[in-house]
Design a protein around this ligand. Structure first.
Ligand code: AMP
Length: 623
């Protein structure tokens, strides 16, 4: 039996054991129009067993949560952080909530700093922290350090397996998109590793996972082996990695079952690059020689081993690419056996959906799971749901979850008066909450900074929709606008520009207080550098009017906030911003464009301002 041993935390067997087939009562869902294939995975791995495990876990989520908290507190009872709070060995939810305060990352920084500096005593966890993860940090402008340990790897694998099982279980659900043995065109990138002062290694959470022993086994079990060799994934230069991911994807074109990246942005980035380098890729395949742009010896050696002169394949790709119109449907055209495109497409990835659908053509988009460097939360067990409505069923054994109820509408940002966090199974359908996590890696009652909405339940565990980051990004006085509000405004402007065949490549925002009164600035990178002045002025007015928050509208009317400014930036500006973050240690795999750039983030502001092509002020509230 080829398997990795997964330690399932709350008393469930491994999915590798035989496991009886489970017939679940579910509404019948549309059957995919392609013929069902016999599903075969690596011997010993059972999709049914994984589903059975999740069904059991979610049946009595409250009890599983209680057991999970008990386990976290028992394992970490010796940690200084918990000792100081006077839990005195108690592990019940009431004692936990009364002794342990809600915290943010900032509150934990002194503890994390001591771990980084080499203090090996039990500070946040009973067992020593094995490495440090860097979150993408695009919200704050710089990466955050968070503890990482073996449990996080195990839960990542559990999440991967769970969503895979529900995607692949044709038999159980009479639907989904089963894949068999093959490969995945995965745009994944390991990032740099740093040795911290005290000797611990720090890198991004995704890199910590890719480097783990279990990752390869799991990829094999779930038929998701990457086309590219490790040298490509762990290349120090993501430009070279990306080129080789594309090349390896072409070499194994017939075997590719799906296209993946952790966050959808990387897929868009990959295919925008493909549009530029496809002829060079064809040349490499025709000649069996790797482009001179690949200079790193280990990558050259590893990819050259896969490359043979193959004029037939090169001609085939060349003629398919030449026939495409505007690269529509490039994925199914070049990868004829691909069944879907997979990756996180919710939240800050939603603005890329149109482009993704364009490249995916007839293939469905499937949104991947929900988690953070700090810990995982839920798996997408309804893969057929379009990304705009994707939900994530919480795995109740991977952490202890609490939810702070939020008010809706005008008082959007206010927490309900005396709003006490409630438990996982107490949340209500349709309500929004700020999520609080307690993990096996030393975070207790930690405010992740995300707002989620409860869309429904699977057994007794909630299915969450990602709503937005909690923080306001655009606020000057009484106005309150979140990342989601900005996204909606951009969608409106996008429709206006689409009428003129212009596309928004990427966007961000800034509050400019150097004017009196202060005003919002929206930066847009468009698909063409030449656009009619009138169109851009209209676009600017459209953006101004699209912020419908009463505080903003009122302030604009009485001129307490100045006219919104649209700054159109040169093509390539957002690439420069991405490069800047990658140089700071962010990973391409976890990259998210910052949706607001504060004055303190001077380097990124400098990149934006030095690339402005034209600036427009709104006249929307002039009369
Ligand atoms: P990082 O730790 O840098 O990878 O970022 C984690 C953050 O990414 C989360 O706190 C969310 O804000 C966002 N995120 C992760 N998964 C999803 C998802 N499925 N949908 C929307 N946003 C997500």
């Amino acid at each position: 039996m080829e398997s990795c041993e997964i330690a399932y935390s709350v008393g469930f067997g491994s999915p590798f054991e035989g496991g009886s087939s489970l017939t679940l009562e579910r509404e019948s869902l549309p059957v995919p129009d392609r013929a069902p294939e016999k599903f075969e995975t690596v011997k010993g791995f059972s999709v049914d067993r994984v589903i059975e495990e999740f069904e059991s876990l979610s049946k009595d989520a409250e009890e599983v949560q209680r057991e999970t908290l008990e386990k976290i507190l028992e394992e970490n009872g010796a940690a200084e952080y918990l000792q100081r709070l006077g839990l005195a060995g108690r592990t019940d939810p009431q004692s936990f909530k009364s002794c342990v305060p809600l915290v943010t990352h900032k509150d934990l920084e002194p503890y994390i700093q001591r771990i980084i500096d080499g203090d090996a005593s039990p500070i946040l966890t009973g067992k020593p922290i094995t490495s440090i993860s860097l979150s993408s940090g695009t919200t704050q402008g710089k990466p955050k350090f968070v503890p990482f340990n073996e449990e996080l790897v195990q839960f990542t694998m559990q999440i991967y397996r769970t969503s895979f099982a529900y995607r692949n279980s044709y038999v159980t659900f009479n639907r989904a998109y089963p894949i068999g043995n093959g490969k995945a065109l995965q745009f994944i990138y390991g990032s740099k590793q740093f040795e911290m002062k005290g000797g611990l290694m720090a890198t991004t959470a995704t890199t910590n996972v890719y480097r783990s022993e279990q990752f390869k086994h799991t990829m094999k079990d779930i038929c998701s082996q990457c086309c590219s060799p490790d040298e490509v994934i762990f290349s120090p230069d993501y430009h070279q990695s990306l080129y080789c991911h594309l090349l390896c994807g072409l070499i194994f074109a017939e075997e590719v079952q799906f296209v993946f990246s952790t966050f959808a942005h990387s897929i868009i980035h990959a295919f925008r690059t493909f549009e530029l380098v496809w002829e060079e890729l064809c040349h490499d395949i025709r000649e069996g020689e790797l482009s001179h742009r690949i200079t790193i010896p280990s990558i050259r050696a590893a990819v050259s081993r896969l490359l043979r002169p193959n004029p037939q394949l090169a001609d085939n790709i060349y003629s398919k690419c030449s026939r495409l119109s505007g690269w529509y449907g490039v994925i199914p055209e070049i990868w004829p056996n691909a069944k879907y495109v997979y990756g996180i497409m919710t939240g800050s990835m939603e603005p890329y959906l149109n482009k993704l659908r364009h490249y995916a053509g007839c293939l469905p988009l499937m949104s991947a799971d929900y988690g953070a460097s700090e810990g995982w939360i839920g798996a997408n067990i309804d893969p057929e749901v379009p990304p705009e409505s994707a939900t994530f069923a919480v795995l109740p054994n991977i952490g202890y979850f609490e939810f702070i109820p939020l008010k809706k509408g005008a008082e959007l940002q206010q927490k309900c008066e005396s709003a006490e966090p409630i438990g996982l199974t107490e949340v209500k359908i349709g309500e929004e909450y700020e999520i609080i996590i307690t993990t096996f890696a030393g975070l207790y009652r930690y405010k992740l900074g995300d707002v989620v909405k409860v869309a429904g339940f699977h057994n007794s565990t909630p299915k969450l929709q990602f709503v937005r980051r909690e923080s306001l990004i655009l606020t000057i006085n009484i106005d309150k606008n979140t990342e989601k509000d900005l996204q909606l405004a951009i969608e409106e402007a996008g429709m206006l520009l689409a009428d003129e065949k212009l596309e928004i490549f990427d966007f961000t925002s800034h509050v400019d207080m150097s004017t009196e009164p202060g005003h919002y600035v929206i930066f847009l990178e468009l698909s063409g550098d030449i656009a009619k002045e009138e169109l851009l002025s209209n676009c600017c007015n459209c953006l101004d009017l699209a912020f419908v928050d009463a505080g903003y509208v009122g302030s604009r009317k009485v001129r307490a906030i100045g006219p919104l400014e649209l700054r159109v930036v040169h093509r390539g500006t957002f690439h420069k911003i991405m490069d800047h973050y990658l140089n700071l240690g962010s990973a391409m795999s976890q990259y998210k464009t910052p949706r607001c750039v504060n004055l303190s983030n001077s380097s990124v502001l400098q990149i934006l301002n030095s690339n402005v092509l034209g600036s427009y002020f709104s006249t929307a509230y002039n009369c």
